[in-house]
Ligand binder design. Structure first.
Ligand code: PAF
Length: 285
């Protein structure tokens, strides 16, 4: 039976009580609209911890004006049912005012790794993410925290932040979960019309082209990048980026790389999708 907590102090207390009872806290931060990708994070948390805390908060700080904050799907009752089915112990679902008082004036910012890719197109986004996740980490206390690798850069930024700020948190990046046809699960997929859902497969086609070329020995980042870009450019209305970068630094890959991250962000109408594959590590998308 997942207990719903609305107040930060209650959430802090629940995690403290769990630790006092010798339980290991597994944290799953989400913005709700839960799907099988989130459920895989819960499963992973359950395999590594025995007190599972899922947070459900659409964080206004990480949306720029004009982004989809107001239309972001809010599906609390079905999210809660999903958490209960999967044995989540507590669901922390605060109101925005409980997280950000009118006097709130603090931000947490990671430089370097947050600047390319998403950082170039959503300049205030990661500051919003790192600030809210710092608050969640502070409330949860020592724990293991799960993030999906669809938001690959977010995972890297949060790992950096936890290390740099000596946070007692183990940050884990969990594999992307895909539909049978390869489309990465995302809360934003529900915005897609049937025809846009088909066009979205352009990203999968691009990642697969790069993946297959890598498997056949291609190692030139520019070639891999163009192979990934071609189907996306054909199917999507607008491209933010298709990048071939080092998976650790997100900068240009070294010569003869052993792994390359291909990362894509593109728009179908008003819906922005992101996806990625780490060549040399991940399975074929
Ligand atoms: O990945 C998300 O859902 C959000 O960015 C996160 C990590 C929950 C912070 O609001």
């Amino acid at each position: 039976m997942s207990k719903v907590l609305r107040k930060p102090a209650e959430f802090r207390q629940a995690c403290e009580d769990a630790r006092a009872a010798q339980r290991h806290v597994g944290l799953v931060p989400t913005m709700g609209a839960l799907h099988d990708g989130h459920f895989s994070l819960i499963d992973e948390a359950k395999s590594r911890a025995d007190f599972i805390a899922l947070t459900l908060f659409v964080n206004p700080l990480q949306f720029a004006p004009g982004e989809d904050l107001t239309r972001y799907p809010r599906t609390f009752e079905s999210d809660l049912a999903g958490c209960r089915e999967r044995g989540v112990d507590v669901v922390f679902a605060p109101e925005p005012g409980a997280m950000y008082s009118p006097e709130f004036q603090t931000g947490v910012s990671v430089k370097g790794i947050s600047e390319p890719l998403e950082g170039g197109f959503r300049p205030s986004h990661f500051d919003g993410v790192t600030t809210v996740v710092t608050k969640l980490f502070n409330l949860a206390g020592p724990c293991i925290a799960m993030f999906g690798r669809k938001d690959y850069q977010q995972w890297k930024v949060l790992s950096r932040m936890a290390l740099d700020l000596d946070m007692p948190i183990e940050v884990v990046g969990c594999p992307i979960i895909r539909e049978d046809d390869g489309l990465a699960l995302s809360s934003r997929n529900r915005y897609l019309s049937t025809s846009d859902r088909t066009r979205a497969l352009g990203i999968v086609a691009g990642l697969r082209q790069a993946f297959d070329a890598w498997e056949h020995g291609e190692r030139e980042p520019d070639v891999l990048r163009s192979l990934a870009e071609e189907p996306v450019r054909g199917a999507f209305d607008r491209l933010d980026y298709v990048a071939a970068v080092d998976p650790e630094t997100l900068a240009a890959p070294s010569p003869s790389p052993r792994r390359i991250l291909i990362a894509v962000a593109a728009h179908l109408g008003t819906t922005r999708l992101i996806d990625n594959v780490v060549l040399g590590e991940d399975a074929r998308p």
